[in-house]
Design a protein around this ligand. Structure first.
Ligand SMILES: [Zn+2]
Length: 153
């Protein structure tokens, strides 16, 4: 079986890693709806846990735009943590899930007049062939079209 990448797909996950919403993106990015995130966060602080999304083959890292989205949210949701994750095809049939945690300097430590420190830390890396959990399967199916080489000829 081969995979052809079409569009990025985003999934907002709760703290129990349950999908709250699926978002269809385009080949190079996906827009996470900030209004949805803020509403969910207002209902329950800390409820929005990971902004997961599929990436084109081989791209396990965050794009500049991803980092900017994560940084903006880290400020908005502070002191609650926020993460971003990527689901990427890395081999013929192997996927890697990588999550990144946004680390914003605590208000108490931040020296006024200086730029508040911000960094992104890789939190976990997990590789799989068959997706575990329906949301991984659904996001991958929405992003990558599977095809059989023989039937393509
Ligand atoms: Zn991305």
């Amino acid at each position: 079986m081969n995979h052809k990448f079409n569009n990025e797909v985003g999934i907002i996950l709760s703290e129990e890693w349950d999908p709250l919403v699926f978002i269809e993106g385009n080949p190079g990015s996906v827009d996470f709806p900030s209004e949805f995130i803020l509403d969910a966060h207002k209902r329950r602080n800390g409820f929005v846990h990971v902004l997961m999304h599929t990436h084109p083959p081989g791209m396990t890292g965050l794009s500049f735009r991803d980092e900017l989205t994560l940084k903006t949210l880290a400020f908005t949701l502070y002191p609650f943590p926020i993460r971003m994750g990527t689901l990427t095809l890395t081999g013929k049939e192997t996927f890697i899930e990588t999550t990144y945690l946004a680390l914003l300097e605590p208000k108490e430590l931040w020296e006024k007049g200086k730029i508040r420190k911000f960094s992104i830390e890789k939190e976990h890396v997990y590789d799989f062939v068959e997706p575990i959990g329906f949301w991984r399967k659904k996001a991958i199916e929405m992003s990558y079209k599977k095809f059989d080489k023989i039937s393509e000829l």
